[in-house]
Design a protein around this ligand. Sequence first.
Ligand code: NAP
Length: 419
Amino acid sequence: MSYDKVEVPEEGQKITVADEETGELDVPENPIIPIIHGDGIGTDVGPAAQKVLDAAAEATGRSISWMRVYAGESAREKYDENLPDDTVDAIKEFNIAIKGPLTTPVGSGFRSLNVALRKKLDLYANVRPTYHLDGVPSPVKHPEKMDMVTFRENTEDVYAGIEWEAGTDEVEKVKAFVEDEMGYDSTIHDGPVGIGIKPITEFGSKRLVREAIDYAIENDRPSVTLVHKGNIMKFTEAAFRDWGYEVAEEEYDQTITEDELWEEYDGERPEDKIVVKDRIADNMLQQLLTRTDQYDVIATMNLNGDYMSDAAGAQIGGLGIAPGANFGTARCLAEPVHGSAPKYAGQDKVNPTAMILSGRLMLEYMGWADAGQLVRDAVEETISSGDVTYDLHRQIEGGNKLATSEFADAIVENIEKLS
Ligand code: NAP
């Protein structure tokens, strides 16, 4: 494929799909990896992450040929559009990429480019590991109890973008349909109304829950929790829960329910079994604080997953730390949980850890687990020695407050020491 708006580096090879069915990748020793630096603080954390990932690749005998692709402000400046087709096509062609945050205007203006990218690339699982690194300050007493991976469905729910603005002909049509034809008369208050649709499909729910259970099996995790608000939204959120249990029961021998755990095993989980349980979302948010270590892998819908992973991120040091990645079939787009924090943009101030650890997820997906582990160890070593950015510095006594770029340099030094 040739591109007008992307320059493919001369060095490096393409990551290809070795097996379409299993999604197995063929990763060369010098892969070409597309990167979107992103808006706001993306211009700070993007280059910092590149530097650290380069060092980890080099320390494990490989290299990365970065390919800049554009979205958001940088794409508007260069090409006068928010999300060039070339950006989407390049990520499709090269299979694995990493991005910084992209700004979404509230209310009016363009729709989320993050959501658009996830939909266009069919990146149906947003995966957010939340674990505590030694030395990272936390608002809770036992942050080390948090070791959870959230699988958030990425393509459905109220995030699907099916909504109509108050005062438009479309919204009036939908309102009339809902009231006159579907029998919800007097349910919607009179006057201006905005309406959105919340699609939750069997297909979308099951493939997400499958990913979560597969992950639990591969990583020896004891449980998968389906988080939903099914007591109120019976045909969407409760359906997600039911389809989740169905997948577990029909497709996996290794799973048992919480009832089976008590009835058949007296509460003692056999090592080869994974307990599939469910929790109502509001309860789950308090359980994160009160029974943190009882949760391992979470499977949930788009909106719940968004709220929950930020809240969980706060327990292990905040958004500057929390990594994430979007997965599809044989495709990965890594990205931090945080946004573009415009007030800090370009100040060389914020914490690049979230972006760096998102890169670690990408390395692991590529099969470079050794490089990924090195990144994690070097970040931990740096932070626990007291070298931190402003966000962690304000929470600890002493410590050495570093700029984004200095912090990345300190991690690179530790990669060199540890390798
Ligand atoms: P945000 O950009 O995540 O920032 C909220 C606060 O979190 C910051 O003010 C800062 O807190 C802290 N923070 C975030 N990133 C940090 C980092 N790397 N290091 C240290 N602290 C960090 O959330 P927002 O202000 O709600 O959203 C801003 C824009 O980002 C919006 O346009 C939103 O749509 C977009 N967004 C994009 C993504 C994405 O691209 N995936 C995700 C979320 C939001 P303190 O000021 O307290 O230090």
